[in-house]
Design a protein. Structure first.
Length: 239
């Protein structure tokens, strides 16, 4: 469902040319969660923005559900649900108005029916008619998750989605990812939180300084490094 092939992304900064993503390649399968694990600034967000067509790669490419991000960006966007810490809601709209807006924009056949299903699924009912500017961080993130999947996409791209969330809301999100995998979706998930990667990811790519340093199942990474705990696996890979 996701094929990333030799992606390079460079930026010009006051200190000179920065290679944010350096020839990164990996594959994420249907019905599985692929996790990019790395510290802040490792290249996770840039990689996900290239995969979701928000940035164009300088070299290499990526394919989502068979569509190339360079040549068929519109088809890629129709195939994904994208969520990041910078995703915002329309402040003056209510939660249900936001969901209906995105359902209609994405051509959902029965928008009201779909939105009611999501409101029930994510426990949004108590604040469905509140303006988004009045929602707590946790409430807003639930609405954001529902917005990302309102068109029932086969691929989810989730960039550090639990940032700033309390334990209860984080659990709602983690359970949602597990359901998405069980439903046969492909999930690309970036995080710097080790316990999330251990719980969710079928395969893990360790990314550091823009390069994919190692990838595999948790057991494969343990065998490679001789370490048991994922924190120690990560440190062994990047040191």
């Amino acid at each position: 469902m996701i094929e990333v092939d030799g992606v390079v992304k460079r930026f010009m900064a006051p200190e000179g040319l920065i290679v944010a993503v350096d020839h990164v390649s990996f594959t994420a399968e249907k019905g599985a969660v692929y996790g990019l694990l790395g510290p802040n600034g490792a290249g996770k967000t840039t990689t996900l923005r290239v995969v979701s067509t928000l940035l164009s790669p300088d070299e290499g490419t990526a394919r989502i559900a068979g569509f190339d991000v360079r040549t068929h960006p519109r088809d890629v966007r129709a195939s994904i649900g994208f969520l990041s810490p910078t995703t915002r809601l329309y402040a003056k709209l209510t939660a249900i108005e936001v969901l209906l807006y995105f359902a209609r924009m994405n051509g959902v056949a029965k928008p009201h029916k779909r939105v009611e299903e999501l409101i029930e699924s994510f426990g949004i009912g108590d604040y469905r008619d509140q303006r988004c500017e009045r929602l707590s961080t946790g409430m807003a993130q639930k609405v954001n998750i529902a917005r990302a999947v309102v068109h029932d996409p086969p691929v989810l791209i989730l960039d550090e989605p639990t940032t700033g969330l309390d334990v209860m809301v984080s659990e709602v999100f983690l359970s949602f990812v597990e359901r998405a995998r069980a439903d046969g979706r492909c999930v690309l998930f970036s995080t710097h939180i080790v316990r999330e990667a251990e719980r969710l990811c079928d395969r893990i790519g360790v990314i550091h300084e823009g390069r994919l340093r190692a990838e595999g199942t948790l057991d494969e990474l343990r065998q490679r490094t001789g370490q048991r705990h994922l924190e120690d696996v990560f440190l062994a890979v990047v040191s």
